[in-house]
Design a protein around this ligand. Structure first.
Ligand code: ATP
Ligand code: MG
Length: 459
């Protein structure tokens, strides 16, 4: 975005908090060619119907940075019902705040009515709109574009591209901050983190992904408020951690999470077994993330399951050992108990949907099975639907543990000597939001299990 606003801002006074700064069409590099056709259709139709219509948030930020936005969101003064009347392909969603989704096949353009201030949210004296920690619980009042901007998290996300005249409106110094590559929360940081603790991990995500520096006032409260993440529903944190680790900058994101004390509240057991993050379990996680980042850079698929398997491998190994030493269990029983225990505790902070946790178990169980090389066993193992992920996991372990090198090489050679047609990845894997499975080749279809003839009820 080389100097997209330099001329304008050097001539202008430092913007006051929230005061809008407008970049006219000729003063920024955003062209309509970079905006998705569907987003443009929505913007134009709203505009033609007499409403204000803006592209907003990350889409505008990324375009100004010269990056390809992940998605395009639209902000307007039309109410959800008015939006619905304009678009037949529209669905209203959201309980906490009603939004319109305009559907174009699989492409969804999210259209949100400008949101108002939270203190107006609730007029009912008996129901509080904030928790005792200051977290926002309700959120459903419409407002002006200024109010909408004030509610956003970071100044660089309070940017609006106006379809009426193709200008960019930046609030709260967002344009200048973006140019300085500075991540700054709007408003008082402590209050904003208390309202929504997820903003702390969003700070780290944007910093790592976009190469922005978190400003001193924005980073100051993070360490002490990090434990508030414990109050966030585990399902929401699952979605957030996917964005943290599967956006191509997982290693840098992980390091910053550690630096700000945000990793431990998300993955308490992993944090516990790796001490200050520098022992072999810490290095293993870094290796897994490096590997994931490389795969994403090469447009290869990755599965959240592989990453979770890596993040929680330390706790599983440690607990297996403890069950063997203290509980006198054999390795298999100790291991099975350990996997249940570790997953059971993890899902209380960051959920892991079953379609992924079953693959996590497969990857872990394969580690033991991969040590059994006699007779027909290795041939049968090649047919295992998650063989490839288990083998990749072994390769990763072998990078840190020289004792596993020989085993890993043996499996590499064995696959070369015994090529198998590989079957398509399982359905669950294809549903993974970022990428699907750590399997690059199609697999041979598995034999259908023989069905016992079902007895007819009335026979
Ligand atoms: P990404 O590239 O990851 O999509 P984004 O900035 O578009 O980045 P989204 O999660 O898609 O992030 O959110 C869209 C916009 O909504 C943000 O730019 C921001 O303005 C606002 N927003 C999202 N989450 C929050 C939050 N927790 N608090 C305040 N504003 C938020
Ligand atoms: Mg977005």
């Amino acid at each position: 975005m080389a100097g997209f606003c330099r001329k304008l801002l050097t001539r202008q006074q430092e913007a006051l908090p929230l005061q809008p700064v407008v970049l006219e069409r000729a003063q920024h590099g955003i062209s309509r060619r970079q905006i998705s056709e569907n987003a443009l259709k929505v913007l134009y139709r709203l505009n033609k119907a007499g409403f204000d219509a803006y592209l907003v948030g990350g889409g505008v930020r990324d375009l100004l940075l010269g990056r390809l936005p992940k998605d395009f969101d639209v902000s307007t003064n039309a109410t959800p019902d008015q939006i619905k009347q304009l678009f037949s392909n529209c669905r209203l969603v959201g309980r906490r705040f009603r939004l319109a989704h305009v559907l174009f096949g699989r492409d969804v353009i999210e259209v949100a009515t400008f949101r108002g201030h939270h203190h107006q949210v609730n007029t009912n004296k008996n129901v509080s709109s904030q928790s005792s920690e200051g977290m926002l619980l309700r959120d459903n009042v419409y407002g002006t574009i200024e109010e909408d901007a004030e509610r956003r998290d970071f100044t660089v996300n309070a940017l609006y591209y106006n379809i009426a005249d193709f200008s960019v409106v930046g609030f709260a110094n967002g344009i200048k901050d973006l140019e300085a590559r500075r991540l700054e929360l709007i408003g008082d940081p402590e209050t904003r983190y208390r309202e929504d603790p997820v903003r702390m991990i969003r700070a780290v995500r944007f910093s790592a992904k976009l190469g922005l520096t978190i400003s001193p006032r924005t980073e100051a409260p993070i360490h002490s408020l990090a434990p508030l993440l414990a109050d966030i529903p585990a399902a929401r944190l699952f979605e957030e951690t996917l964005k943290l680790f599967l956006a191509g900058h997982g290693l840098e994101t992980y390091r910053q999470l550690q630096q700000y004390g945000l990793f431990a509240p998300l993955f308490p057991e992993a944090a516990e077994v790796m001490g200050a993050g520098k022992n072999r379990y810490g290095r293993f996680i870094e290796l897994a993330l490096t590997n994931t980042d490389e795969r994403i850079a090469q447009d290869m698929r990755v599965t959240p399951a592989f990453l979770y398997a890596a993040l929680l491998w330390g706790p599983v190994e440690t607990r297996t050992q403890a069950f063997m030493n203290e509980g006198g269990l054999n390795h298999y029983d100790a291991f099975m108990l350990a996997t249940d225990d570790v997953l059971g505790r993890q899902v209380k902070t960051v959920a892991i949907p079953r379609r992924f946790s079953s693959v996590v178990r497969d990857i872990w169980q394969l580690q033991d099975r991969l040590t059994k090389r006699s007779g027909k066993r290795p041939h049968r193992l090649l047919e295992h639907p998650k063989f490839r992920a288990g083998y990749d996991f072994l390769l990763l372990r072998a990078e840190l543990d020289p004792r596993l090198k020989e085993l890993a090489e043996w499996w590499t050679d064995f696959q070369v000597a015994n090529p198998v047609e590989r079957q398509q990845p399982a359905r669950g894997a294809q549903e993974a939001p970022a990428h699907a499975a750590n399997e690059s080749e199609p697999r041979k279809p598995r034999k259908r299990p023989r069905r016992r003839p079902r007895r007819k009820k009335d026979a």
